[in-house]
Design a protein around this ligand. Structure first.
Ligand code: BGC
Length: 356
């Protein structure tokens, strides 16, 4: 019922956007995305381009190879030189754009930070993202419920932690939301982290890399002796799907299967993870519908171009070091095997075949 309401809201949002779109003056919009090697950013870029073009804007969409910071810097420089009227940027390293964005500020080009916050730059006008703290809370609460940690009779459960790239400001929120939920159980001994690695810096994964996550999980398996016949691993908190995929690869290689798989969280509903959820090799993911985010960004860009009030719903949470950036936070949705068809297929996000 709740999901149906959400889906109806999503459909209405898309329709509302189309209606809104036609009122904007046409403008040249520069879009800079971090990498083409993760599914979500391909989807983000293309949804955004399509929706901006449907609103009559001219769009320059550029990908910085595979998370290549110098490429992103020079691409942004080019978008500024080409006199784009608004820039939409998802940074690789949130702290690396201060200097290049000085150029945007000097030319009076508004910058919308997309999904990840650009840090230490007063050129950033707005931020559009999902409620990232809530993403972490959803993952933490999922583990609490799945392991029945609230029950007094529950015996201690073993957990390991994985988060993302430390240069991504979102990690502070994903990790913060999850650990705020789980820390009390670590403190009470209901949750035990046998590796002792419970600090954000210890559990980070550079560039959100699947391979890095796989290596770290393999190391944990050998140092703690986790295994189907070894030390029981009850849960792995992973902040996203690309990292969860690495964890799954290491666990499957160690002999884990759907019957003994630990609870494993994720985020994005990337296709490999959705398939793993169907096969019992990941437990949940948090869906952040890239169509909804693109839709919101188009509304913001249109309002900027039309010099109208820009829609935001959060003016307290996201300080980028130069002050709070007015933000719009979209709502994330939990996806498990029991609702994935409804949320992902029935809403038209994936075809049945794509996630077979
Ligand atoms: C995004 C996540 C994504 C991760 C890796 C984060 O900034 O919010 O959705 O999984 O980057 O690309």
């Amino acid at each position: 019922m709740k999901i149906k309401t959400t889906l109806t809201t999503l459909c209405c949002a898309v329709l509302a956007c189309t209606a809104f779109a036609s009122t904007a003056n046409a403008a040249k919009i520069g879009v800079s995305m971090p990498t083409q090697s993760l599914q979500r950013w391909n989807q983000d870029g293309h949804n955004l381009k399509d929706q901006l073009e449907a609103a009559n804007h001219k769009v320059e969409l550029l990908y910085a190879g595979d998370n290549d910071i110098p490429t992103q810097l020079s691409q942004i420089e080019n978008l500024i030189a080409a006199n784009c009227e608004v820039l939409v940027i998802a940074p690789i390293d949130g702290g690396s754009l201060t200097q290049v964005l000085q150029g945007a500020k000097e030319k009076g080009i508004p910058v919308v930070s997309y999904d990840r916050l650009i840090m230490n730059s007063d050129a950033v006008s707005y931020y559009a993202t999902f409620d990232n703290y809530k993403v972490g809370q959803i993952q933490g609460n999922y583990i609490v419920d799945a392991l029945k940690l609230k029950d007094d009779a529950t015996s201690p459960k073993n957990i390991e932690f994985f988060t993302g790239s430390i240069d991504d400001n979102n990690v502070n929120f994903f990790w913060g939301g999850a650990i705020d939920v789980l820390q009390p159980y670590l403190d009470s001994g209901k949750l035990v982290c046998k590796s002792g690695q419970t600090k954000k810096e210890q559990v980070a994964t550079q560039n959100w890399s699947t391979e890095e996550a796989q290596k770290r999980m393999e190391n944990l398996i050998s140092s703690v002796q986790y295994g189907p016949q070894g030390v029981k691993l009850d849960a792995v908190l992973s902040s996203n799907d690309s990292v969860a995929n690495g964890v799954t690869n290491a666990l499957v290689a160690e002999g884990y299967n759907k019957d003994n798989f630990p609870i494993l969280t994720g985020q994005d509903c990337d296709k490999p993870s959705v398939k793993n959820i169907k096969r019992g090799l990941q437990t949940m993911s948090v869906f952040k519908d890239t169509r909804v985010l693109a839709d919101q960004v188009v509304k913001m860009v249109n309002a900027i171009v039309d010099k109208k009030d820009v829609p935001v719903n959060d003016t307290t949470t996201y300080n980028n070091g130069t002050g709070v950036i007015p933000s719009y936070l979209c709502t994330p949705i939990v996806v498990t095997n029991s609702n994935l068809k409804e949320v992902l297929v029935d809403s038209g996000y994936y075809t049945e075949k794509e996630i077979k």
